[in-house]
Design a protein around this ligand. Structure first.
Ligand code: SF4
Length: 426
């Protein structure tokens, strides 16, 4: 039987003495608490800190976030992964603005009605931001509770009941954070620091000698391996595709001044929804190119896209781990065919090194009447299938919400262009 007042005092005293200094603990507005809780889902504290600080500079409150476009929000999240969180937080901001007059609701049930807010997040926000005496059971708290009560594989409901009985009505937010912090820093999965644990005298697993078995390991989720061919269609003709605006910035360094490449936005649902990518095609379940071969697969994808280009050079593959998926991207540099067969909205001029159909060089480059079209401003929704690809100056790629693997592909492309200055003509 746990002596509740003594247990709470011991835990909170330890928390007050040892708590980590984290940016979201300095000023606890509901908005800041909510942002930190979204970012911390499945992501380590150290990783989140710089993103959190940048995010607050860019979107200091509900209004700024609700006003922002989806692309801008996703771009600010690039590198944190699990992009659905960014989309949900963005949608939640709009609901807060439109349905709650710009104020986050205090009630856990109302909070649960917001996109991306589950039982845990509702409890954490309600207790930390509004002082509601409700539990918040994340992975760390689950482990602590399983050990405290010597439970092998309890249901979520059972754990919520135990946590609800423990929570300190006087300082519920601090109490919940103290339990989380205990799990993160003392009651860790591998070798918990029972010797320095402030609640060891109430710990059932320590008494029973079952700490190492609590909680029981969950069966590993099956991970699928998938390969993708990625067509990196590049054109670096002189005189077109200059970076937009004040693009002579340091980020333009390393980009051939007039190179353009083909990108498209992913569908509004599914993996990496709403992000940008070099067009890709799934190859095989084992992550390898399969019987088609990379060049043939790239040719097929180019045909599907309606892009007249030829696969030229494979780049080094890029690997990326998603929760249930291990993806291997096989980028292939492709050169647009001649003359001017590219689809709208952009067709480049014939470069000086292009050949006529008979194989002789034209005397002068032929300027194309169609100006380069930058991807149009992106609305809040993308269709459920990938829209047509569009051209973008290489120097502007960093302005897009490109996921980590796509950024690596872009880096490989830039390196290749730098190392092969004469090989970018079709
Ligand atoms: S005594 Fe050990 S197992 Fe029990 S709660 Fe503390 S750290 Fe965890």
């Amino acid at each position: 039987m746990i002596d509740l007042p003594a247990f709470r005092n011991a835990l909170l005293e330890h928390f007050d003495r040892t708590r980590r200094s984290l940016p979201w603990r300095s000023e606890r507005t509901p908005y800041r608490v909510m942002v930190s809780e979204f970012m911390l889902q499945q992501t380590r504290v150290e990783t989140v800190i710089p993103y959190y600080e940048r995010w607050l500079r860019r979107f200091p409150g509900w209004g700024a976030l609700a006003e922002a476009g989806e692309d801008e929000v996703l771009r600010a999240w690039v590198g944190l992964g699990y992009y659905r969180r960014a989309r949900n937080l963005h949608s939640a901001a709009r609901m807060v603005r439109e349905e709650y007059g710009g104020r986050l609701p205090e009630d856990p049930e109302a909070l649960r009605g917001l996109p991306g807010v589950g039982e845990y997040t509702a409890g954490a926000v309600a207790s930390i931001a509004f002082g509601r005496a409700v539990p918040a059971v994340d992975g760390n708290v689950r482990r602590v509770l399983c050990r405290l009560f010597d439970l092998e594989a309890p249901t979520a409901g059972r754990l919520r009941e135990e946590a609800a009985a423990l929570v300190d009505p006087g300082r519920p937010g601090d109490f919940n954070e103290a339990l989380m912090e205990l799990g993160a820093t003392v009651c860790t999965p591998g070798t918990p620091g029972c010797g320095v644990c402030p609640v060891r005298e109430w710990c059932g697993a320590r008494v029973a000698g079952t700490v190492g078995q609590r909680p029981a390991r969950r069966p590993r989720r099956e991970v699928r391996r998938v390969g993708y061919v990625v067509v990196v269609v590049v054109e670096r003709s002189a005189g077109v595709g200059e970076p937009r605006g004040p693009a002579r910035s340091p980020r333009a360094a390393g980009n051939p001044p007039s190179a353009v490449t083909l990108v498209r936005k992913r569908p509004a649902t599914g993996l990496l929804a709403g992000m940008w990518e070099f067009p890709s095609l799934e190859l095989a379940d084992d992550g390898k190119p399969g019987h088609l071969g990379l060049a043939a697969a790239a040719t097929r994808l180019l045909g599907d896209l309606g892009v007249h280009a030829r696969p030229a050079t494979p780049l080094h593959p890029v690997r990326h781990a998603f929760t249930h998926l291990r993806a291997t991207y096989h980028p292939v540099i492709c050169f647009p065919a001649r003359p001017h067969p590219l689809p709208p909205p952009y067709a480049p001029p014939t470069p000086a090194c292009a050949t006529t159909p008979r194989g002789s060089r034209p005397a002068t480059p032929v300027p194309h009447p169609t100006p380069l079209t930058i991807p149009p401003p992106v609305g809040d929704t993308a269709p459920d299938h990938p829209p047509s690809p569009t051209w973008i100056p290489l120097a502007d790629l960093d302005d897009l919400a490109l996921p980590a693997a796509q950024r690596k592909i872009a880096a490989r492309l830039r390196t290749w262009l730098r190392d092969n200055p004469r090989q970018a003509c079709g």
